[in-house]
Design a protein around this ligand. Structure first.
Ligand code: ADP
Length: 600
């Protein structure tokens, strides 16, 4: 009676575990496949044991049903041990799925043999025992499998995670206990109980992540990514939208500032220009940080002249210094290579940011901009440092320096414009270029920002690096015919106004289709400035259509408010000869006009 009550308890217990297990979604791996089989076999075993008990007591041990049940029970025992052996093989071979077809074929054959061999049952203390050739063969195979398990465990011990060993050791240990107990008191059968314990232990050692939770997390991740994309898209279209009116403000003020207007009006126009530049910087900053956060900011490496980059930076910083009584010192390594390979736009942005900060946060004294280099194995490590005698940074603030929107001493710096984005972007950009940035600062005395970035040295340069210095007043392109294509009337007006200064003849059209139509009749256009984002036919599409005509040879420059990083390269790849961003920078326009004028 003890035996059957054990079996009934095991049956209930295993049913609970099986229900819990099968109701949950599972990974389709060998661990789960084997465990599913193991628990079903174990459950069948408990049911067989219960049926056997009643069959022996009611129908008698000689009935064919009792003999049949005994043989199936033997088969159960073998199947269970076999299944566990496959589990050991699976965890030791570390295969994702185990192919066991030949083993199963052999196993079925063994079961048939067991079925064919004779079996006898005797009753002792109300418990039925089977013996005979069938039982001996079954136990022998069982022991062979047990040894096989031990062999696998020893051979692959390094592959097996310790927690996976627990059910296997428990199985070996419990098998020995079962055999010993049964030898002492045959009425106590512990086989099913020990199998159930082992099955339960396997259940607790298989790695079964909560798939539902993972699915929910994946959905949440997808939603967050979508929201982030939406944010980036929103910001880039906002940047485009803000640039368009800014183009008008900057363009017209620039044109006005060059005209003969009263002195006080000139001052005000200058202020408008400065305010627009700040606004543009802000738009670019927000766009950059959102691109960085969406992992969309790419580093685009090209060949460039480091000398020209540094000269540009010096000119820009001098312009920013304006009337400030600061000593701007420059110290560049004279052995810098001529041409380097890297993302010069981003490098320039990084250094300009540091220089702009020095100008902003230094009232008197000096700014020292120095560039040193270490050259080895075709790599030039640029060590760029920007030092100032400015307000300095408190030690406790240094850690937060590169966090976006962090600004310090707000009360003191209330008059200094800024967003707290500059250094956050700088740090990310330096990281993307595999460089390092460090800060040293003494509060009240000054700061030094040092950036180290490796750039490849270009020995045999293939591209021509533009180093020309353009003097606007020398550009006169009288007679040059420039076609401007833009769907926005104000933008057209701005371009016309700016180009008027060069004495060029400007023809404007408002769509790609009009441009194509005009060029079919006109053959004396010298340069085309083309917007990209136009309804119906974009600038890129228009250019493609124009280039279908093999004789088309007019240089086409992209003139667009789509001014996020990497856009220049994209437009050049699309077949544009050059790129101008809106708001149009006077210097850039000078460069383009001079480059494509017939007189150059
Ligand atoms: P922003 O200058 O737009 O406020 P940044 O990210 O460039 O933003 O700088 C963050 C803060 O770090 C600034 O607000 C300022 O308090 C401090 N800081 C940056 N550079 C310097 C510097 N050279 N000297 C003193 N403080 C600085």
């Amino acid at each position: 009676m003890i035996g059957v009550s054990f079996s009934i308890s095991c049956c209930i217990f295993l049913t609970i575990i099986a229900t819990q297990y099968f109701l949950k979604e599972r990974l389709k791996n060998s661990d789960n496949q084997i465990f599913s089989t193991l628990i079903i076999i174990n459950l069948i075993g408990t049911v067989l044991d219960i049926i056997g008990f009643f069959s022996f007591s009611i129908l008698g041990v000689d009935s064919s049903i009792s003999i049949f049940i005994s043989k199936i029970y033997l088969s159960y025992f073998l199947t269970y041990v076999f299944c566990l052996t496959i589990y050991v093989y699976s965890i030791s071979s570390q295969k994702k799925s185990v192919k066991v077809s030949w083993m199963i074929a052999l196993f079925i054959l063994l079961n048939i043999i067991i079925f064919l061999l004779p079996i006898h049952i005797v009753m002792q203390e109300n418990v039925g025992f089977s013996y005979g050739l069938s039982v001996n063969v079954a136990y022998t195979i069982g022991f062979i499998l047990l040894f096989l398990m031990i062999f696998l465990l020893i051979k692959y011990r390094k592959n097996i995670k310790p927690k996976k060993l627990i059910p296997i050791f428990a199985f070996i240990f419990l098998m020995i206990i079962t055999a010993v107990v049964q030898k002492i008191n045959p009425a106590v059968t512990l086989l099913l109980l020990s199998n159930s314990i082992v099955t339960t232990l396997v259940y607790f050692t298989i790695e079964n992540p909560d798939l539902k939770m993972i699915q929910e997390l994946n959905i949440a991740k997808e939603q967050a990514e979508k929201a982030n994309h939406a944010k980036t898209d929103f910001l880039s279209s906002m940047s485009h939208e803000i640039r368009t009116p800014l183009n008008a403000i900057v363009g017209f003020s620039q044109a006005l500032s060059e005209e003969d207007i009263p002195e006080n009006a000139k001052e005000e126009v200058k202020d408008i220009l400065m305010a627009s530049e700040n606004l543009l910087e802000l738009v670019n900053g927000i766009l950059d940080i959102s691109k960085i956060e969406a992992n969309k900011l790419e580093i685009i490496n090209t060949e460039y002249s480091i000398q020209k980059l540094l000269d540009d930076l010096v000119t820009l910083t001098r312009a920013r210094l304006g009337e400030k009584p600061l000593d701007f010192r420059v110290n560049f390594d004279s052995s810098l290579p001529k041409v380097l390979y890297g993302d010069h736009t981003r490098l320039k942005q990084v250094i300009l940011n540091l220089l702009t900060n020095s100008v902003k946060y230094t009232k008197k004294g000096y700014i020292l901009f120095s560039v040193a280099s270490i050259q080895k194995d075709g790599i030039c490590r640029l060590i760029i440092s920007v030092e100032d005698s400015g307000i300095g940074i408190k030690p406790e603030k240094i850690d937060k320096l590169f966090t976006k929107f962090e600004r310090f001493d707000i009360e003191k710096n209330i008059t200094i414009e800024g967003t707290g984005l500059g250094l956050a972007i700088t740090k990310k950009l330096v990281g993307l270029m595999h460089g390092k940035i460090i800060v040293q600062s003494v509060y009240g005395k000054g700061s030094r920002f040092t950036v180290a970035i490796d750039q490849k040295i270009v020995e045999n340069q293939t591209t021509v690096i533009e180093t020309e210095n353009i003097k606007p007043e020398t550009i006169d392109i009288t007679g040059m015919r420039i076609l401007v294509v833009d769907d926005n009337k104000v933008n057209l007006k701005v371009a016309e106004r700016l180009l008027k200064n060069y004495h060029a003849e400007v023809i404007s059209v408002m769509s790609g289709a009009e441009c194509i139509e005009l060029l079919e009749k006109e053959n004396s256009i010298d340069l085309i400035l083309m917007d990209d984002m136009m309804p119906k036919m974009s600038g890129v599409e228009t250019l493609k259509r124009l280039k279908e005509n093999k004789e088309f040879h007019i240089p086409v420059v992209a003139l667009t408010a789509n001014a996020i990083s990497g856009m220049r390269e994209k437009y050049l790849e699309d077949g544009f000869q050059d790129y101008l961003s809106k708001p149009i920078e006077r210097k850039e326009l000078d460069r383009v006009i001079q480059k494509y004028s017939k007189k150059s």
